[in-house]
Design a protein around this ligand. Sequence first.
Ligand SMILES: [Zn+2]
Length: 268
Amino acid sequence: MAKITTFEAGYCTHPGCMALKGAGWRICRFPARSWLLEVGERRWLWDTGYASWFEHYTRKGLFQLYRRVTPVNFDPAESMVRQLQAAGLAPGDLNGLILSHFHADHVAGLRDFPDVSFIASGEGWAQTRHLRGFAALRQGFIPGLIPEAFETHLQAMESFTLQPLPAELQPFTEGYVLPDSHGEILLVPLPGHASGHIGAFVQTDSGWTLLASDAAWAPANYQEMRGPSRMANLIMADPAAYYRTLGMLHQLWLGGKVTILLCHEGDL
Ligand SMILES: [Zn+2]
């Protein structure tokens, strides 16, 4: 069965109520998680969290605003390329780097993995690739973080085989099989948070896990159907779709058969 190892590559801070209505103004930590997924000898990295490139591309100009709005704590030793190295893995040991979406705190380390295959929603990339300046900033996208050869290394999730999901994963009904994962990693669209936002069902020894990325920022979002602050709607690609997806996570959670992991759940 597939194995999931959790990493954190930096964190940002925000008032708790930004991520969860009614949580108050206490400043909370939101770690930027990355997951190493393994099936036999195959390995994929899910997102990169922060990396030194984030600091580099937000140092001056318009994108300075990004780091003012989300103050980031990051030590270069925490970059995923360094953490994998410490675990004995080089970028070339990865079969692919899967991107849940194109927000800067998920793709900041791409330049550390220049020759790795990237896997993402092709539709999401088509909606994101042309964004520049303020339009990019509003979508949390920093064009400089994307390596020049990104598109030549990109495999669109939509090109993978779509298959029905087991009944225990309802209300989710179909997913894209990650090639070479023996059907143990299935990619699913989780629309609303950002263009092309995706998650994955991973079959582990202890059952199915949903890597739900940023479909929620805290478990209370889907457990109590209590969304983030209205202010957060400003940065969402599609608030109505976000709440539909949150409703699906709620049903999945009620079913009690699947572990749900989020990229940023922290000390809220
Ligand atoms: Zn995001």
